[in-house]
Design a protein around this ligand. Sequence first.
Ligand code: SF4
Length: 585
Amino acid sequence: MSTQTVEPKATSSVNLVQIGSIEDLIQRRLREERERLEKEAGFVKHETHHFKRPAEKPFTKEQRAETTLLFGGLTWKHEKLVHGALEGLGYRAEAVPTPNVRAFQTGKEYGNNGQCNPTYFTVGNLVQYLQNLEEQGLGKQEIIDRYVFFTAGACGPCRFGMYEAEYRLALRNAGFDGFRVLLFQQSGGLSQSDAEAGLEMNLDFFLGILNALNCGDVMNEVAYALRPYELNSGETDRVLDEGMDYLHEVFRKKRPWKLEGGMARYLGGFSDTAEYIGKFVKQLKGDEYLPALEWCRDRFDQIDIDLLRVKPIVKITGEFWAQTTEGDGNFNMFNFLQREGAQVLVEPIGTWIMYMIHQVVQKYKDFKGLEDGAVLPPIWKIGTRTRIELGYRQKVAKLKLAEAVFKNEYHKIVHALGSIAHHLTDQYELQRLGHPFYNSRAGGGEGHLEVAKNIYYSNRDLAHMVLSVKPFGCMPSTQSDGAQSAVVSNYKDMIYLPIETSGEGEINAHSRVQMALGEAKNKAKKEFAEALQKNGLTLEQCRAWVDAHPESKRPLYQVPHTKGVVGGAANFVYHIAASMKTERN
Ligand code: SF4
């Protein structure tokens, strides 16, 4: 019995060995034959080397004093304040300069093919900065050891998700293999758990960066709002420089609030929670930076302005980086528009932060507290269902609170700077306007925002023209281009111009903008003429009223908005007429 069972096994393993060697033989012959045929056809065989994340040494706390944190990608105003905030937190920091065309070419040289425009500009900019350090005499290894780059990351459907890998690939190709890239995940919210010890992404860090970004946003907008009306050319920039230097010092000198001494000992195990709450309360009171902003406000208010200048207001929208950068990345569009006589309405970074919170709220609402792919438990499992429902409501409530706090903090800055800048646009309103044209759940890039902002700013008397700067090779921007055709055909009066930005083609883009701006200028002039005519006034009479009321020449002078009127000068005429009437009675 036992011999009968052993024999077939021995036979089968012999057979398997034979089959195995026949299979090997077939594969070998196939390979040889393929190689022969490829050789005959003259094919050159390339080895495929997939890019793998290079090993990077960690950035540790001990290295902090000797390591410089590089960052960039915003305007110089935001970067200056972020720089101050990082230094206040104890980091050595440096902002990389605004990317230029040379950075774009460097990005193309060292990066992958087929990337979107901002990838080339920003990746090339970092490589260029490091190359400059090398030219100044620093060795490659010294640069790798003493510098780290800190940037935002994401895992979204657009190429933003690939930035980290792109930075690393280009750095490796440029000879900076092992250079450290630290990520602040766009989708990670407030708990950046994978933070490396050298860079502590804690509450102090987030509050410092958010305050810096918000102050940068509002200072930036105030300067753009005043510059076209200044009587003495260059005065706004001079005051802006002065204000930014002052704010930078305030951020640099600010130290995170800590619970110390007897109180910390008294609270014992609760001291961490108490410190956390204390930091929030300190933030909400805003004692540290509000007086500094009021100081800047008083300087801005000394600029002499002429509000009777007729200026078309151009709202900038588009892709996040392209609509923010102030350089070659968007053909220096803001300077160009100002030179051409427009008032530029820039987009605050705050809108983007609100959008990110809003998208998470929408996601929670859609999933109703269920994990991705999970199924709602049957109705009789009341306990489980209640737990899911409560968990979901709690998450949404927390985010709604975050939305309210962020908005409140931002608006506090707007008021401290004289209420010249706009409040943040309501995300629920943007969703309501944009969703019929672009599904608000479609993520990536600006999502439905581009479409929604076009409608919002054109229909709310906020801009004569909307200019959307869309990077070459941007997938979400291309999608929203399709939807904008439907928007424009529904809103006949809007002047909307999309411009594709790239490393070249500046003259062509400027000439297209000039044409659309011509229309916007006519619109603004017509509106002003109508305002004079409806109120039975002449420009000279308006000027005489202004001379008799010198307070109206000050930037902080509040001109009420008249329904259906966009331009500052036209609104001013309605206000002058109303004031004259009151003074007569
Ligand atoms: S939104 Fe467009 S331009 Fe911006 S990272 Fe994504 S694909 Fe690139």
